[in-house]
Design a protein around this ligand. Sequence first.
Ligand code: MLT
Length: 322
Amino acid sequence: MKKIALTLAAIGLATAAQAQTYPQRPITMIVPFAAGGPTDVIARIVGDHMSRTLGQQIVIENVAGAGGTTGITRAAQAQADGYTIMMGHMGTHGAAPALYPNLKYDPTKDFAPIGLAAGTPIVIVAKKDFPANDLKGFVDYMKTNGEKVNMAHAGVGSVSHMTGIFFNAVVKTKPTMVAYRGTGPALNDLMANTVDYMTDQIVNVAPQIQGGNIKAFAIATAERSPALPNLPTTKEAGLDGFEVSAWNAVFAPKGTSPEIAKKLSDALVKALDDESTRKRLLDLGGVIPSGAERSPEALQKLVESEVARWTPVLKAAGATAE
Ligand code: MLT
């Protein structure tokens, strides 16, 4: 008995020592979509400042596929030693359970929540050649020609997919859905006029809207975005029933020590208080989480409420990955 007690004490001491000196080497942050998309951009912005606080490089690894669930599954199964973390979002940690009956993780149980990184209002965007110049014209066109239109998304369960499904259900249209490994590559095709529209996170599309390279019809939030002050809300533009904003958040695998999780959470909060980091996110239309929204406990509650919220919505829309 004494031997077991001594062993446990030794393990406890070793774990505490590990947390004390953490991090001793670079940290991998898995982004479950292609480089250049909204989740990747947010990960690199906050990761950049977190690296400085932690004194070790946060290395972004893009692991795309299956609406983000491939990368999150990989991250969920990684060693819970603080050296693999991930950027998840409303799709991977909200919609996925409704869409993937055989999902290999439970967003509400299989992670150590670190903190919310950014809110990302959804914007309805289209290629420049699209035959509509405002939301009313777009909706009218979609109601009569939907089956001839291609909607881009980042895989079943991604934010662009779930909000696209939501939009299509409100407008009562059935476009052809074109899957990409992220909305970064999808945006390239939108700018090349080879795909027609998508509902995407503002941090991805804001620069191209400001540059006049794609059309934007409305933002799906109650208030306009300071980053796109001339873009009407869906309500202002005459469309009721389509208001949605996504979010991106940092998670670690379940079993990550509380001391290590706290170091990561504190570094994320410092990033969100850093002026230049805030400016980079705000300029892209990102929404900085308030103090109360930043805790791991708040993120855990958000995940639980989002899984509960999106499951009936997506099942009602008949969406499934399998
Ligand atoms: C991305 O980073 O490509 C997006 O978050 C994908 C999505 O969820 O639409």
